[in-house]
Design a binder for this molecule. Structure first.
Ligand SMILES: C[S@@+](CC[C@H](N)C(=O)[O-])C[C@H]1O[C@@H](n2cnc3c(N)ncnc32)[C@H](O)[C@@H]1O
Length: 384
């Protein structure tokens, strides 16, 4: 079956299910500024710069970028509904910012020829819904000028795993599909019970369900930080990330090579610690990279088999998915005993009756199990 991405899905359904609660605008500003600071950049670098945002969605984060007073701000959004909401939101919030040069390009980025002309390019929450991911990342990087910054977020197979399990239960119990919001309704109560355990959740639950559990573009192959850093490594240096997991104990005076080797430090740190992306909670001690690489492969296999089953819902494909889930559970860190028990039980129960499977939503371990969602990164373009 043909894979579809976010632009196609949102455009077809005429939705932009990415609202945030920004009633407390001060708190929203503070969150955004802390995020920039966390990855090693500052909002005041934007002032008088030429910046681009790809995939503003409905423009909630664009407000903060615009408030930082860039010289020129280009917003590229492929979904007409999202672009309309972005324009309206910027107009409403920036009524008092005369002279700000905003450009709205309602286009798919893949249809634009990159010109390395921006000081900063922002792309957040987009990669997980792109079909030609490798090509897209290279395109995106092509818009950053030398010395400029690429600010990008990704979701990977580990950080998304608890939500992948939520998706499986929703998909098992989806009755006839009419429109995404009416389909989401029957899962709202169960998932509210989960999200009340997630401090800082600023999205409406029905948007979350549509976007993560129903949206076909949320089940595409993903790129992790090492994959992005390696892909862009010839041109970009890793500046920082959120969460901050990179350790580099070299003496700065030893850093005399022409390139910083920050990319290598990021990749090595990631593989020793990435099992922590699976759990939003206490940090587990690092483990050998090969164990986490195995765990990652097992997580990727779960989503691969999930795609197989979503494309063709045969019992055989469900059995293959169940086996992949069980295998993944066998590679969890030893301290994650509760989650390992839950995963085993999950892999068995989904083969039985669907209503029984929906009861898994009520499992106390599952209700509190969140991964670390998106990882954010800043990269500096050091070579053309
Ligand atoms: C999940 S939303 C994220 C919105 C916002 N950046 C955020 O983090 O809340 C991703 C947005 O990227 C847009 N998008 C995805 N691929 C795109 C592409 N190739 N060209 C332009 N827009 C794209 C989608 O239409 C969608 O509005």
């Amino acid at each position: 079956m043909k894979k579809i991405g976010l632009v196609e899905y949102y455009s077809k359904e005429k939705i932009a299910p990415i609202r945030q609660d920004i009633a407390d605008l001060l708190a929203h500003r503070r969150r955004r500024n802390r995020l920039f600071q966390g990855v090693g950049i500052r909002a005041d670098w934007i002032r008088e710069k030429k910046i681009m945002e790809v995939g503003p969605g409905a423009g909630f984060n664009s407000i903060i970028l615009a408030e930082a007073r860039p010289r020129e701000f280009v917003l590229v959004e492929g979904n007409p509904t999202g672009m309309k909401e972005t324009k309206e939101r910027l107009r409403k919030h920036l009524a008092h910012a005369p002279g700000l040069k905003l450009k709205f390009w309602q286009k798919n980025l893949m249809k634009l020829k990159p010109e390395a002309q921006f000081d900063m390019v922002f792309c957040e929450g987009v990669l997980s819904g792109v079909v030609e991911l490798r090509h897209f990342i290279l395109r995106l990087a092509g818009w950053v000028k030398k010395g400029g910054i690429l600010f990008i977020s990704t979701v990977d197979e580990l950080s998304y795993m608890p939500d992948t399990l939520r998706r499986i239960l929703v998909q098992l119990n989806l009755s006839s599909y009419s429109n995404p919001y009416s389909s989401a309704r029957s899962f709202e109560k169960d998932l509210k019970g989960h999200f009340q355990n997630l401090p800082g959740m600023s999205r409406p639950v029905h948007d979350w369900i549509v976007d993560n559990a129903i949206n076909p573009a949320s089940n595409l192959p993903l790129y992790n930080i090492p994959e992005i850093v390696s892909l862009l490594g010839k041109q970009f240096d890793f500046v920082g990330s959120w969460p901050r997991f990179v350790e580099d104990w070299r003496w700065y005076k030893e850093l005399t090579q022409s390139r910083s080797q920050f990319n290598q430090a990021a990749i090595e740190s990631y593989w020793r610690k990435c099992h922590n992306l699976l759990f939003y909670g206490p940090i587990h001690p690092e483990r050998p990279a090969f164990m986490n690489q195995k765990l990652y492969q097992k997580a990727a296999a779960v989503r691969r088999y999930l795609r197989g089953w979503e494309n063709h819902r045969s019992f055989g494909n469900l059995v293959r998915l169940s086996r992949a889930i069980r295998e993944f559970g066998l590679h969890l860190p030893v301290a994650a005993t509760r989650q390992a028990r839950f995963v085993r039980c999950f892999s068995e129960i989904i083969l039985g009756d669907k209503k029984g499977a929906q009861k898994l939503f009520l499992d106390p371990t599952f209700k509190k199990w969140f991964g670390r969602g998106q990882q954010y990164m800043a990269l500096e373009k050091v070579a053309e």
